[in-house]
Design a protein around this ligand. Structure first.
Ligand code: URP
Ligand code: ZN
Length: 463
């Protein structure tokens, strides 16, 4: 396997920044030090740049069926876009068909990724129902297959939602096998009533998506999930947390010492309810769940990221084309939920977070790489710049300017929620297990080189 040397850069980890060269051999970091002059197959001069561990995106939906359609990126196009944006590991959601065993679902989702993924990937397993056989499958997945996290939806009744009893059983089973329970925290039953009422009134425009999923339905479900996790005695991870009242419940739980973690996503930091008022069908492009929120929620999320109440920034990358979104013309409840983001996460968070002075560079690395790697049993193989870690490296030019646009980004979707936005800071070179897959912003990798990651057990962050 070829060796590589990244010279003259400033290494930035979750805890420190220091000048060092990084020598890579056999896909792993072999040596860190100043003035290294070892022969290497690939040499990258990182003068003026930062060298960070590759991004770890623990919330993606690649090749995800959604009724008659599927999310627009498959494992090749999605992971290539991820790498071009500085992300070198993804953890996607495998979702069983109703009645399908979790083990069979894992086979299905591994087959989607194998031969296509260009960076390393793992899976969480979604739980559609919680039968005795499901609990047995959970134990096998966690013990034998490296699937150590399970997601329950408290929303989408009749499709994905599980009731409180099923969720509680899953929390207990996950605790017993040392796994982490993820929760989509919105009250699906209440949302269903609000949606039906809105449609009956003739309120069909995209903005009613947000109005029928108010912050209180997320806050209620977040509080309930925390309470059920506490009774079950297990850890909890709240996905795509979007608003101040839900964050307050997470912060209060953590203050009480409960093993509760939460992620937010760039869309909740940079977009808002005003995007639903865009003309024509454009508001539909911003339909996702939870919906976009207010500026005051964004402020609270930034405080949560800086202060530690939020531990991860992931993407919930779930792209649908403009034509897919148009299926909801005249009925907001038929707009496919989700938006693209796998490529832009690091650029947005650097520009709006580090450059804007809201978080420092070490916190940035923690939020996009080390924190998620630790939470999901990938650290220190991923999310670290240390001897022995996988050589997943991002050479980051803080001065690089990018105008975000669907025309130039690489996600397989014909719009971008941040179209025209200028961001400072971006990846110029990206290594995945020691292989230079992005050079001067150009793609150099190949499909199928990504490997399935059998994950270990995550470590709850100290509160
Ligand atoms: O709108 C969203 N978030 N779509 C993806 C599925 C989910 O709820 O995470
Ligand atoms: Zn999601």
């Amino acid at each position: 396997m070829p060796s590589a040397l990244v010279r003259n850069g400033r290494v930035v980890t979750a805890t420190a920044s220091f000048d060092a060269d990084v020598y890579v051999d056999a896909g792993r970091i072999a040596l860190l030090g100043q003035g290294l002059s070892l022969p290497a197959d690939t040499v990258v001069d990182a003068s003026g740049c930062l060298v960070m561990p590759g991004g770890v995106d623990v919330h993606t939906h690649l090749d995800m069926p959604a009724g008659e359609i599927a999310s627009a990126d498959d494992f090749e196009t999605g992971t290539r876009a991820a790498a071009l944006g500085g992300t070198t590991t993804v953890v996607d959601f495998a979702t069983p068909e109703r009645g399908q065993s979790l083990l069979a679902a894992l086979d299905t989702w591994r087959a989607k990724a194998e031969g296509r993924a260009v960076v390393d990937y793992g899976f969480h397993m979604a739980l559609r129902e919680v039968a005795d056989s499901t609990l047995a499958d959970m134990a096998r997945l966690a013990r034998d297959e490296g699937v150590t996290s399970f997601k329950a939806y408290l929303a989408y009744p009749g499709v994905l939602q599980v009731d409180d009893g099923a969720f509680f059983r899953a929390l207990g089973a996950a605790r017993e096998c040392g796994a982490l329970t993820l929760v989509h925290a919105e009250n699906g039953g209440v949302i269903d009533v609000l949606v039906k009422r809105a449609l009956a009134r003739g309120d069909t425009a995209p903005r009613f998506h947000a109005l029928t999923r108010p912050p209180a339905v997320e806050a209620e479900a977040t509080a309930r999930a925390i309470a059920l996790a506490e009774i079950a005695g297990g850890p909890l991870y709240v996905v795509h947390l979007s608003c101040a009242p839900a964050l307050a419940h997470v912060a209060a739980a953590r203050d009480r010492g409960l093993p509760v973690q939460a992620e937010t996503c760039p869309q909740y930091l940079f977009l808002s309810t005003t995007d639903y008022d865009r003309p024509g069908l454009d508001g539909a492009l911003y339909v996702m769940s939870p919906p976009l929120r207010e500026a005051s929620d964004q402020d609270a999320l930034w405080r949560g990221l800086a202060g530690g109440d939020l531990q991860v920034v992931a993407t919930d990358h779930c792209p649908f084309t403009v034509a897919d979104k148009a299926r909801g013309r005249g009925d907001f409840s038929r707009i496919p939920n989700g938006a693209p983001g796998i490529e832009t996460r690091l650029m947005l968070l650097w520009d709006g977070g580090v450059r804007a002075g809201k978080i420092d560079e070490n916190r940035f690395v923690d939020l996009v790489s080390t924190g998620p790697a630790r939470a999901f049993g990938l650290w220190p193989r991923k999310g670290a710049i240390a001897v022995g870690s996988d050589a997943d490296l991002v050479v980051w030019d803080p001065e690089r300017v990018t105008r975000l646009s669907a025309q130039t980004l690489h996600m397989r979707v014909d719009y971008n929620p941040y179209e025209g936005r200028l961001v400072h800071g971006g990846p110029v070179a990206v290594f995945s297990r020691g292989e230079l897959v992005v050079e001067r912003g150009e793609w150099k990798g190949r499909p199928g080189r990504g490997e399935f990651l059998k994950r270990g057990h995550g470590a709850p962050r100290p509160v």
